[in-house]
Design a binder for this molecule. Sequence first.
Ligand code: 4NP
Length: 162
Amino acid sequence: MIKVLFVCLGNICRSPMAEFIFRDMVQKRGLAGQFRIASAATSREEIGNPVYPPAQRKLREHGIDPSGKRARQMTGRDYEEYDYLLAAERRNITNMLRITGGDPQHKIRRLLDYSDRPRDIDDPWYSGDFETAYRDITEGCAAFLDYLQREGLTGNGKEKEK
Ligand code: 4NP
């Protein structure tokens, strides 16, 4: 089982988009049973709120239904629970490290660090550009899943040690 937590500032735009896009992708590759996938915020701003309506619309354009998701804040326990904690942008990592107190197991990275062009995912909450966010997130999720499949689908090396 590979456990992946996507993280952004509010958990109503980028990280839930990543959660649902990645879940759809692993289902399409026949790998759903091998993953646990979730998302969380670094901030408390949007706790309990559903996915932001323009982000929901963008997902629905692609046949993905994110209803039921409610924003939650990441906790220190998530660091123990998940194998990969993937941030939308660099400043999320600063806040994640404040929550975890460090990253001794090297589980925290930006999602687009797995792509050919490592970069932040711009916040569509501010830019209004949900199409670019959708494309960037899809690129990152595909690159991350390709990476896992190349590595033999391991939960940060844990399965390899067994
Ligand atoms: P997200 O976007 O981090 O992609 O979910 C944001 C949503 C809400 C806020 C900031 C960013 N906010 O400040 O409430």
